[in-house]
Design a protein around this ligand. Structure first.
Ligand SMILES: [Zn+2]
Length: 376
């Protein structure tokens, strides 16, 4: 069987067909977060022949990811490889005919435009509300469709959002819940079988939308399609996809679909972009203690770091791991006599100046380590 026949079984599916397959290959999908949802959705979309994938993730592979993030292996966790980098390599082995671009960055109000420019659709693979509210603002501003997904424990949901509002993500959740009220995978756990189902549903909604579009390049930042291309044949649908919430409890075996009531929404009806331009946008750029991970993230400084030069300097201070995406310094525990006074720590510095300091959850300790080894 030739390479051209790779998509044969999908083309035989009448709702996709040859035309749908061509639209998929003309599309660009950004995977915002390559964790449990993003890595699985990315694999499905790569195999389905989406022409261009942008993989965006700020984190590195940890041992606790392997239970559900099926693109990664023990070797990735062992060296703490950047997720976007590891995912890109796996996906290129799966489909060498498509273009795959990894980006190891923290998406903020400042960087989201450069990351998502030219994108047809975004898969929400993020693990926090801040990024989802930012993505929602950006989506409304540029009319970029995205597929929200979330999963905690064995429950999850997925929703296609058009970027035209009514509904948008803030119609569903008006304000980010306070941090203490949020259940996260770090606190209540998550079952791999549930994340796979949510990711699969996100990929399906993306494929339905992308294969039905008149031209994948006509949506998103490259120009809104207001020229009668919206599919109004079925009420409430946009290019054949509805914006209902698909909600599931895998452990209890309950599945439900409900419409989002769009009323007095600050974002899509009142036009507020609090997370893209407002105070909340600035707050998103601050350094944070990474919940449940004994690590602190120092926000990007905005200056480009010469990682090769830093790596050479650090090699005199301790063990250094280095690749195209980051440089990591291992700081050994310091001891006085038999008493350990500091724990062993690692400082991982990315090209945009962002750093993750593992081995402490104290913001001031992390900042002083950053100042000592990176500067600023
Ligand atoms: Zn809204």
């Amino acid at each position: 069987m030739s390479r051209q026949q790779r998509y044969d079984r999908q083309i035989r599916f009448p709702a996709i067909g040859k035309a749908g397959q061509q639209r998929l290959s003309a599309a660009t999908v950004a995977i915002l977060g390559c964790g449990a949802l993003g890595s699985v959705a990315a694999e499905i979309l790569a195999r389905a022949g989406v022409g261009r994938l942008t993989l965006i993730d700020r984190d590195t592979v940890e041992w606790s990811n392997l239970q559900r993030q099926s693109l990664y292996t023990e070797a990735d966790a062992h060296v703490g490889r950047a997720k976007a980098d590891a995912a890109a390599e796996r996906l290129r082995r799966i489909n060498s005919d498509i273009d795959i671009q990894p980006h190891v960055v923290d998406v903020t109000a400042d960087t989201i435009g450069s990351m998502l420019s030219g994108t047809s659709l975004v898969i929400d693979g993020s693990d926090n509300f801040g990024i989802r509210f930012l993505l929602n603002d950006y989506s409304l501003e540029t009319r970029l469709p995205w597929v929200h997904g979330g999963c905690v424990g064995a429950t999850g949901q997925a929703t296609f959002l058009t970027g035209r509002g009514q509904p948008c993500f803030r119609c569903l959740i008006p304000e980010p819940p306070p941090a203490a009220a949020q259940q996260t995978c770090d606190t209540v756990g998550v079952v791999g079988a549930a994340t796979h189902l949510v990711a699969s549903l996100q990929a399906m909604l993306a494929i339905r939308f992308l294969s039905a579009m008149p031209d994948a390049r006509d949506v998103g930042n490259n120009g809104p399609d207001d020229n009668g291309e919206v599919d109004n044949s079925t009420s409430g649908q946009f290019h054949g996809v509805d914006s209902a919430v698909y909600s599931m409890d895998l452990w209890g075996g309950r599945f439900r679909r409900y419409e989002i009531a769009s009323m007095h929404c600050k974002a899509c009806q009142q036009g507020k972009r609090d997370f893209l331009h407002g105070n909340a946008a600035a707050a998103g750029d601050q350094s944070t203690v990474l919940c449940g991970r004994n690590a602190v993230q120092i926000a990007a400084s905005g200056t480009k770091i010469d990682l090769e030069r830093v790596g050479r300097q650090w090699s005199e201070l301790g063990r250094v791991d280095q690749n195209a995406f980051f440089v990591r310094l291992h700081l050994a525990a310091e001891a006085t006599g038999s008493e350990v006074v500091t724990e062993s720590r690692t400082l991982t510095l990315f090209r945009d100046g962002r750093a993750v300091i593992a081995g402490t959850d104290d913001l001031s300790v992390a900042r002083s380590l950053y100042a000592r080894y990176v500067g600023g």
